[in-house]
Design a protein around this ligand. Structure first.
Ligand code: NAP
Length: 350
């Protein structure tokens, strides 16, 4: 099978470099293009990334000598994975979709548009049926599919199996890693020995994206889930991995064992053999002091949401903690998994 050519928009950022790492040796996708701003364009990736590559190992050999291009249609690929700064992502992603590319985006710009899928394959695969609606509405040859915010995604994966128990209220307090702010991100003197109780726009994203993700597709659009979500988001001095304390109200009262089983049995993609899909999207830790970002963020190669401390809540009904990798499952890995689902469902056919 010939591999599908893919490119990365915003290849030099925190999420962009994760794409470079995760696409190395991908069985279905071949990275043929790297693109970023005009500041980086026309230079070799290894040269631009000197001092900016933050992933611990060297830049993969296959990408080192690739020459960065500007983010404009004309790239030699079928899919572009977008890790663009939200200040510029909107019109650039639209230009690619208009020109016939499949855009799989991390950026917030198009997530809440009514005809754009906001996708987590394990949660709302049927929302991909918005693609023909989007193409008809916009008269585009290509289309845009988005993945959620890095905090939203881990919480919503954990909430999905609770929908069958009548989930009606959610309260979440996040402790979010520094890599979520891009590079150089939060100044060291602001975050060392500190917690910052504000991340601009984050709480709103968690609150509205959750309703769309858990909503139902009715052939024309998505009807938001009928529930209340309240989020408080904090930046903490952790390098990678967001941790969230979640309380939920459920119509059905269940034993803690049943709740634990609902998390553990959640395997909606079983048998589909998507290369980036975790075997267990939710991994439950029974130790009383887990999950922790340092120990649990790389579970299932960073693609799992790790749940623990499942217990009763005196205000709502139940509470738990979820931790997950913010630049893998929360960003680049999510967009790649979305593209894998699009492929098996035929959306990448010419
Ligand atoms: N970090 C996370 O955990 C995370 C999780 C989920 C979603 N996201 C979203 O993913 C996107 C990227 O985040 P990040 O953390 O990787 O940001 P980042 O490290 O700041 O990287 C931003 C990228 O955008 C490029 N860029 C900036 N201005 C541009 C322009 N005018 N034209 C073309 N390219 C331009 C930069 O290229 P140059 O190097 O050439 O300037 C760089 O490659 C954001 O929209 C963010 O909200 C991030």
């Amino acid at each position: 099978m010939a591999k599908i050519k893919v490119g990365i928009l915003g290849a030099t950022g925190m999420v962009g470099q994760r794409f470079v790492q995760l696409l190395n040796g991908h069985p279905w996708f071949q990275l043929t293009e790297l693109a970023a701003s005009e500041r980086s364009a026309k230079r070799a990736y290894r040269e631009v990334m000197e001092g900016r590559w933050k992933l611990g190992h060297d830049i993969p050999e296959y990408a080192r000598d690739m020459v960065i291009k500007e983010c404009a249609p004309g790239l030699d690929c079928r899919i572009v994975f977008s890790a663009l700064d939200a200040d510029v992502a909107g019109p650039i992603e639209q230009a690619f979709a208009k020109a016939g590319y499949v855009v799989s985006s991390n950026s917030k710009n198009h997530r809440m548009e009514a005809d754009v899928p906001l996708l987590i394959p394990e949660v709302n695969a049927e929302h991909l049926r918005l693609i023909p609606v989007q193409k008809a509405n916009r008269k585009w040859k290509g289309f845009i599919v988005t993945n959620p915010n890095c905090t939203t995604i881990h919480m919503v994966i954990a909430l999905k199996p609770l929908m069958q128990l009548g989930l009606s209220k959610v309260m979440v307090t996040s402790m979010q890693a520094l890599s979520g702010a891009g590079y150089p991100g939060v100044p060291s003197l602001d975050i060392l020995d500190n917690v910052i109780p504000y991340i601009g726009g984050e709480e709103e994203k968690v609150e509205v994206e959750t309703l769309k993700l858990l909503g139902a597709f009715n052939e024309k659009g998505v009807i938001n889930a009928a529930m209340a979500v309240s989020a408080s988001c904090n930046r903490v001095q952790v390098s990678d991995g967001h941790t969230e304390c979640v309380s939920v109200k459920l119509d059905k009262k269940v034993k803690i064992d049943e709740l634990t089983a609902a998390f553990e049995d959640f395997q909606p993609l079983k048998g589909m053999e998507l290369p980036s899909a975790p075997l267990h999207p939710i991994v439950v830790k029974m130790e009383p002091n887990r999950p922790q970002p340092k120990m649990d963020r790389d579970t299932e190669k960073g693609m799992a949401s790790v749940v623990g401390r499942i217990r009763e809540c005196r205000v709502l009904d139940y509470k738990f903690v979820v931790t997950g990798h913010n630049t893998i499952r929360g960003a680049a890995g999510a967009a790649i998994l979305n593209a894998e689902l699009m492929k098996v469902q035929g959306y990448l056919n010419p």
